[in-house]
Design a binder for this molecule. Structure first.
Ligand code: MG
Length: 232
């Protein structure tokens, strides 16, 4: 038994693929509007809209779909036809409906850790979509709690620990985003483990200040088991 009360995991691009679906849709969007401007430029305009809308719409596919429609109207000078809008809506729908593809070593890692620890899943995005993904992943039984939150701030992690009867100083959060999963948890007083993923949404990019205590970086998810052992 280690000195940890709770071990929390991010979901998107930590346990299963997520960003590949956004990247594919962004690329396809650019191609759809390449008669108005270079495809790359159209994609970049969409990504600007996504960022601009985050504060109001929050994270997730539904917000992304609205941003696609908004950008299509902008790019076309208001001339976008309803068939194109329907296509964008269909793209959004298929993103909500795709199969869950687990990342490597997910099941073995969760299984090993769940044998001796209380695990939590902490994810942000559309409530409905995230609930569906958790169910479809077949991983729900490993977790004592699933927390779907609108954003991941230090206060979010403090609240979650309190709710699950764990001390934040004795809680570890592992995920692929330094900005959302790692630093706010460390600022709250817990441990943060960075599990890199090949692609990172640039909104989530942040550097870890040198000498940050309670910070770990691992090669893949199995590394979390090693970190937990060192904290024992
Ligand atoms: Mg993530």
């Amino acid at each position: 038994m280690s000195g940890l009360d709770l071990i929390a995991f991010d979901a998107d691009d930590t346990l299963w693929h997520n960003l590949i679906h956004f990247e594919a849709a962004e690329k396809r969007f650019g191609e759809m509007f390449s008669h108005h401007m270079a495809a790359d430029t159209a994609t970049a305009r969409l990504m600007e809209a996504e960022k601009r809308n985050l504060g109001l719409y929050g994270f997730g596919v539904k917000s992304f779909t609205l941003s696609m429609i908004e950008t299509a109207i902008e790019i076309s000078g208001g001339a976008v036809d309803s068939a194109t809008v329907s296509k964008l809506i269909a793209m959004g729908r298929s993103m909500l409906d795709h199969e869950i593809e687990l990342l490597p070593h997910v099941e073995e890692t969760l299984k090993a850790l769940a044998a001796e620890h209380r695990l939590l899943l902490v994810t942000k995005g559309d409530l409905h979509h995230q609930e569906r993904k958790v169910l479809a992943s077949g991983l729900a039984h490993f977790f004592e709690g699933v927390e779907i939150v609108s954003d991941k701030k230090s206060a979010t992690y403090e609240k979650i620990c309190r709710r699950h009867g764990g001390k934040v100083e004795r809680t570890l959060m592992a995920g692929n985003s330094i900005r959302s999963d790692v630093l706010p948890m460390i600022h709250a007083g817990g441990f943060g483990v960075y599990v890199p993923f090949d692609i990172l949404w640039d909104h989530e990019h942040e550097d870890v200040p040198p000498g940050t205590p309670r910070y770990f970086e691992v090669k893949d998810l199995r590394g979390v088991i090693e970190v937990v052992k060192t904290l024992a």
